[in-house]
Each structure stands twice: as C-alpha cells, then as structure tokens.
Design a protein around this ligand. Structure first.
Ligand SMILES: Nc1nc2c(c(=O)[nH]1)N[C@H]1C(S)=C(S)[C@@H](COP(=O)(O)OP(=O)(O)OC[C@H]3O[C@@H](n4cnc5c(N)ncnc54)[C@H](O)[C@@H]3O)O[C@H]1N2
Ligand code: MOO
Length: 767
C-alpha cells in the first residue's frame, strides 16, 4: 500500500518462515477439509435432530431453474433411470417391415425341403401389409391396424397367412411382431392402391435375399427392445459427477425433471482490493469517462487491475460464485476494515445455521490483494489476525512471484456450539503474483469446497483426522506435464520460480516405431510480477528450481525438462490427485532426510588418437541436460582416453582406479564425429566402439544385457547409425558403480531409455 499523509507508526511484525509452495497447498487443503468437517458435523447433527435422510449431509445442495445452469455443476445425488428406462417401447432400428419370426419357422422348413432350382425360381416369401406405424405414432395406432386385420379381414384366407406392418426407424414395433426386415430387402407386389381389402397390399422378400433373410432373421433382429439403451435403475448421473452435455441428453431420455436434479451449492468468494493508490475504473466505462475520471488525473494513482483479473479467473474456474467487494483504502484503518469484513463473512441478521437462507448468507472465502509485504501500510495481517481473530497459517512462500502470500482461517463458534469457518487468502498486490497464487492455492481450495469430500468411502464413524487426510490426498490439483525449455533461462538466486510459459507439442520418435510427443515451453517475456502481459497466452506455470540446485549452475539450459502445471483444468483423474503430484513429491523428497543421493556421473570419453581436441564439458552438459532438470545429477569425474595400443590396459585401470572414486554411474562415450565433424561414422570410431566393448565386458562384476538392449534400441531409435555400435551395461568396482557404454550419436535416445532405471538403481543399490 502507498504512503498516506498521516502515517501510523510502522507495524513490523516478525517475519514468518518462508515455506515451499507444495507445503502451502497442503496447508490450504488441510484447513479447507477442516472447514468441510465442521460443516459436516453441523449437518449430521441437524439431520439426526430432524430425523431426515442423510443425503444432504456432506454438502449443501440446491435445484436450479434452467438446464443451462446445471452445466459444470456437481450432482449432489445419484440419479437413476425410472422404469421402463430408454427406449420406452420396442423400437424399429430400420425403415422396413415388422414381422413375426414364428412365421419364418414354417417358411424356413419349406425352403430347406425344396429343390435347388425351385428355390430360385418359384419360392415366394410374401407378407400381407396390415398397417403402418410411423415414428411418433403411439402403440394404439399400430394396434388398430393389426387388430382390424386379425378380426375382420382375411380370416378365411390361407394364402396370406403371414402379415407385416410397415414401420419407420424409431417407430413402435406392434406387440406380437418381433423382428424387422429392412425395406431394401423387400418389394411390393400386386399393389393396386387404395384400401380395397380384397386386393390386399402385399410385399415379398426379394428372391435373391430370401436365403439370407431366413438365416439371419431372429427374434429382436433390427429392434431395440424396451430399456436396451438405458436399463431402468441404471445411474445416469452419479453423486459427485460434474454435469456435462451428455447428462442433459441422458436426463431428457429418461425424463428427469429439473426439480429432481440436486447440485452442490457453489461457495461464494469475495474479492477485495486494498490500497490508497487504487482507482476504480468501471468495466463499462467509455473513453471520455477515462479521461475525465477525477482520480485518474492524480499522479501516482493506478487502476485497480486485480479485481477484474481475479473475478474473471474465478468465473473461469466455474467452482464458485465470485462477488465484488470493491476497494478498501489504507486510511479506513484496520479496525474499520476488520469490522466491514466480519460483516461480509457473517452478515448481521442472518441465522448462520440456516441453510435455506443461502441467498443472504455470508461469503465462504475471502480474497484480498495488496498490503501483505513489509511496508508501513501493509496492514492486512493486522486486519485478519488482530481485528478479526483469525489464525495465520503461513505468511511467506518460497516462490517467485507471490512471496508475501498469506493464508488465514477465521472461525466463529455458533449458538449451537458448532464452528463456522471462513478461509482468507491475502494475496500480494502485484497483479501477476495475485493471479499465480490464486491459481495455485485458491483454485484447488474452491474445487474441494465445491466437490466436497466423499465421506461415503469412509466409515460412518470416521474421525476428523482421517476425514481430512482422505480429503487432502484425493484433492484435485493441476494436471502436470514435463516440458523442455526452448532457450537458456537464468535461474533466480533465491527462490524457485513459477514461470508463465506457452507450450507447443512436437512429435518425436520413441522406442521402436512408437510415436511420441514432447512438449516445448517458451517463457512469455519479462517475468516481473507487475507485468500482466507475462500472463497473456500462458498455458501453465513451469516450476524452475532456484540457482545452485542444478548441476549446471545458475543457468537452466535449453532442452532441459521441468514440470509444468497446466492452467486449463484441475486434474480429473484420480491418479494425479494431490498425493501423486510431482509438485508435492518435489517437496516431500527434498524434505526426506534419507532422500536419494545425487547421481554422481563419471564421464569417460574414448577418442581417436589423431583427435587433438575433444570438448569434454560439452558432453558433460549434454548428459546433465539429458538426465533432466529435476533429477539430481552431477558430473564428478571427467576423463579423456585415447585409442592406442595401451587402451586395453588403460581403460580398466581408469575405471577401477582412484580417478573414478565416488562415481555411481560411469558413462563411457565413444564419439563418432568428435573433432572434425566430417564423417558421421569414421572407421576408427567404429572399431573403437567394438574394441571398448571387448575390453570392458571382462571387467563387469555383473552383466546387465537387458539394460544394454534398452540402451541400444533407445540409441538406434534416435539415430539408426548407433545400432552399429555394441553397448554394454553392468556393474563394476565390486558392484559399487554402474557402467554404461554408448556413442555420441543416439546418446539422447540411449539415456532417455534408461534414465528412470538408473535413477532407481542408484537410489536403491549404490547408496
Ligand atoms: N521490503 C520489502 N518489500 C517488499 C517485499 C519484501 O519482502 N520486502 N516483497 C515484495 C514482493 S515480492 C511483493 S509481491 C510485493 C507485494 O506487496 P504487497 O502485497 O504488500 O502489495 P502492495 O505493496 O500493496 O502493492 C504491490 C504493488 O502492486 C500494486 N497493486 C496493489 N494492488 C493492486 C491492484 N488492485 N491492481 C493493480 N496493482 C495493484 C501496487 O500499486 C504496488 O505497485 O511487495 C514487495 N515489497
Ligand atoms: O513475490 Mo513478488 O510476488 O516477486 O513480486
């Protein structure tokens, strides 16, 4: 917040510890789950008191006046198809004739008994057409025609004992008719038109089709029986499922009324901007409004960008009702701001325990921006902690942007002893910081509040801790992918960075013929937290470590892969919920005292004796890049070894000697174009490749041919030339190191095919 004319004395609160973002997410989810627990306790008691069905216990629900409003909402109940399901009649799949398969039994016997010649020339499979049923005609229409025929007409006729009813696709197949013959397999005969009952309309099966019709027509041929698409009792919308267009169709088919669809209520989220410097520019302003706006004339004032930004972000999440709370100025004083906000959380004259007064109820989540860093006017912590009696769970995050993000819960004990809890996010004033932190922290919180915690999976007597743990572990977080950076990035010296990136998808060759995709991430310009343009066109947030945590120092090199949290949606699949996210894993593994050791690489480059210069550092950088940004890899030893007569002695000596002490994984590289870049596969290098394998195989303490095969096929998929070289993999130095040989061509494919395994082997075998 900006300095005012009459500044109060500085309020310097002790600095809160700076915590990692995944830990902050865990805290937010834990406290959100606790809020849901309090809510559940209150509802359980109420249901018990009123002796009512517990269907409303887990979340508060409502019905909505239009189908359109149901889209994207979460169903609060299972909705099942009432009897008879869909379709509600036996329905023809074809335009054609409904017939009785019992009529075909005798016809089939007669046909089988006939001579071959007679069959083709004289056999006639004909039917009297006794009625027509069009799609949409009700069953009675069909009945009448058939009934007429059976009772009044042709009763003395033996000739026309088979009857058929013309039906269109979707029409009701009359009772006692049990198959349909498509129109194209039939033809009309002796048709003189009119309703002359002495000249009945007839159809016959086209002679060339008789055989196949007799063979293939069984009961229900070309008929959808009642309830075959949706059987009665089947669930068309499950409790907890998000309502999609498909549900609209299903509910229409089985006849579910709007008043039967109960959806979870949306949490209400208030957005407040704070700061004397802010000017409100109405969203519907015109150019002349802007020019004449009195506050806009004043130097130092800035437009309030955070409210339109956050309110629209919340609308896009689709999991809450955003509410505009305007601007609070520093001059209002913290007590006044606190009083105002308490009334927004728990409005006066509204019974906090009355579910039906939802319209007038308080907001569930409050988001403020500004006033949380170290300035004299940064009073928001004071507002929430002192003025509102809230509990500050964290006040500094180890991230850029968003460091001063603060999370508070404010609890109120209701008259009946139950707790009503509100969640408060005091986000930094810089618009990009506010936007990024809303995405990372507020969005999963709102998703949990909206979806609820499915307590049905837990026992009825579930205790608070188990309820919360279940909720946190299964909470949905952002979908995660890995993407390679398209240019070098200078890492922040202090904090991990959540960079806004645009993604593109490239196809690349995987193992064998498999086609794979790889994501590339490019940063969106200068990443200053005031620069809103850095959000424009962003597909997600790339998590870059702070400088010094990567083997390559302060620069993340082009091609290195890092995790990206996708903006598009929260993960819908259960296997990427919070407990399984990379993001959480990154924090957990760094927290773990026994976290896996860094993979210490020893790089041995075998070169031709006539090659003067071999750039070892470029090989080492390539290897670190290939192992990936977040795998802990460091090159601890690098040795150049020339192919000459002494190679047979020299190579085992280096591998077993002090030069490779402390190395977990030795990569023996045979460059094919190391110096001159002229021939991809010089004959010397080719020979060297075989020679190296020949020399190294006897010194392996354990040979790993299956891994070698993976290395080879990975290398060959990257560059077919690599298939000419022999790869060996195995343990050396009394099982303390893993040795892998490969060439520089295909190196990327070779490493990619085994890097996960190497990581795994190192953490379990060589610690
Ligand atoms: N001595 C220190 N100063 C700062 C630190 C620090 O650790 N020590 N942290 C910096 C970081 S990081 C951030 S982020 C900002 C956050 O500051 P506040 O949350 O206190 O926000 P303000 O000071 O009120 O505003 C910061 C900046 O953003 C502009 N702003 C505020 N509200 C809006 C709005 N609604 N729309 C558009 N822009 C807004 C405001 O004018 C300021 O320029 O603190 C650093 N300082
Ligand atoms: O953390 Mo602040 O959000 O860098 O600008």
């Amino acid at each position: 917040m900006a300095m005012g004319p009459s500044s109060p004395p500085p309020v310097i609160s002790p600095q809160l510890p700076m915590i990692p973002v995944p830990q902050a997410i865990e805290i937010v989810l834990t406290e959100t789950a606790r809020a849901l627990w309090y809510d559940r306790q209150r509802r359980t008691l109420k249901a018990h008191y009123h002796d009512c069905n517990d269907n409303k216990i887990s979340t508060s629900s409502e019905t909505l006046p239009t189908h359109q409003q149901l889209l994207g909402r979460i169903s609060a109940r299972d909705i099942t198809a009432p009897s008879p399901g869909y379709p509600d009649h036996n329905s023809s799949i074809m335009d054609g004739y409904a017939i009785k398969t019992s009529d075909l039994i005798i016809a089939r016997e007669m046909y089988d008994r006939m001579d071959h010649d007679d069959k083709n020339d004289t056999y006639q499979l004909d039917f009297v057409i006794v009625g027509k049923v069009y799609a949409g005609d009700d069953e009675d229409d069909a009945h009448d025609d058939v009934h007429d025929y059976q009772n009044n007409s042709f009763t003395d006729s033996n000739l026309y004992h088979r009857t058929a009813v013309y039906v269109t696709t979707g029409a009701v197949v009359p009772p006692s008719y049990d198959a349909v013959i498509p129109i194209e397999d039939t033809e009309l005969i002796s048709r003189k038109g009119g309703d002359d009952k002495n000249d009945p309309r007839r159809m016959q099966i086209i002679p060339s089709k008789i055989k196949s019709i007799l063979q293939s027509t069984k009961p229900w041929t070309w008929i959808r029986p009642i309830g075959c698409d949706i059987s009665p009792g089947s669930v068309v919308l499950s409790k907890g499922e998000k309502i999609q267009p498909v549900h609209m169709a299903l509910m229409a088919q089985v006849g579910i009324g709007l008043d039967e669809v109960h959806v979870n209520r949306l949490p209400r989220v208030g957005v407040l901007s704070t700061g004397n410097e802010l000017v409100f520019t109405p969203y519907n302003n015109s150019r002349s409004d802007r020019i004449t706006h009195p506050q806009a004339q004043s130097r130092g004032k800035i437009p309030d960008a955070n409210r339109p930004l956050l309110l629209s972000q919340l609308s896009i999440y689709g999991n809450c009702i955003p509410m505009d709370l305007g601007i609070a100025t520093d001059d209002d004083g913290y007590e006044n701001i606190s009083r105002r906000l308490i009334n927004v959380l728990w409005p006066e004259n509204v019974d906090d325990d009355d579910d039906d007064d939802y319209e007038n109820g308080g907001i569930d989540v409050l988001i403020t921006t500004g006033g949380v860093s170290m300035g004299e006017k940064d009073i928001m912590e004071l507002v929430f902690a002192e003025g509102m009696g809230g509990k500050v769970h964290f006040g500094r995050l180890n991230m850029k942007p968003g460091k001063p993000t603060t999370f508070i819960t404010v609890d109120k004990v209701l008259g009946n002893g139950h707790i009503s809890r509100k969640l408060v996010f005091a986000l930094p004033g810089n618009p990009v910081s506010a936007s990024v932190c809303s995405e990372l922290l507020v969005r999963p919180c709102l998703d949990m509040l909206h979806t609820g915690i499915d307590a049905e999976l837990l026992s009825e007597n579930v205790v608070q801790n188990a309820f919360i743990e279940h909720g946190v572990n299964n909470a949905r977080v952002h979908e995660e992918i890995k993407a390679a950076i398209t240019s070098d990035i200078e890492l922040d010296p202090g904090r991990p960075e959540y960079r806004r990136v645009a993604l593109s998808r490239m196809s690349c060759n995987g193992d064998g013929d498999e086609h794979q995709y790889k994501y590339h991430a490019s940063c969106i310009g200068v990443q200053r937290s005031s620069r809103v343009l850095s959000l424009r066109g962003a597909d997600g947030l790339m998590i870059l470590p702070s400088a010094g945590t990567l083997a390559c120092g302060n620069i993340a090199r082009k091609g290195m892969e890092f995790p990206v949290l996708l903006y598009s949606q929260l993960s819908m699949s259960s296997n990427t919920c919070f407990k399984d996210s990379f993001h959480r894993e990154m924090w957990r593994s760094s927290q773990d005292e026994n976290a896996r050791e860094t993979v210490a690489l020893g790089v041995l480059v075998v070169c031709n004796s006539n090659e003067e210069v071999v750039d070892l550092s470029s090989f080492c950088t390539t290897l670190v890049t290939l192992f990936g940004g977040d795998t802990k890899v460091t090159v601890v030893k690098r040795v150049l070894c020339k192919v000459d007569k002494s190679l047979e002695q020299q190579l085992p000596d280096i591998i077993n000697g002090p030069q490779m002490d402390g190395v977990n994984v030795m990569i023996v590289l045979v460059p094919t174009n190391a110096s001159a870049n002229e021939k991809i596969c010089s004959s010397v290098s080719f020979k060297a490749g075989l020679e190296v394998a020949h020399i190294l195989r006897p010194i392996l303490s354990k040979n790993a041919p299956a891994l070698a095969l993976r290395v080879r096929s990975g290398a060959a998929s990257h560059d077919p030339m690599a298939a000419l070289f022999e790869n060996i993999v195995g343990t050396v130095r009394d099982n303390s190191s893993l040795l892998v040989t490969c060439t520089d061509v295909g190196l990327a494919g070779a490493v990619n095919s085994v890097k996960g395994l190497i990581d795994h082997l190192v953490s379990y075998a060589f610690e």
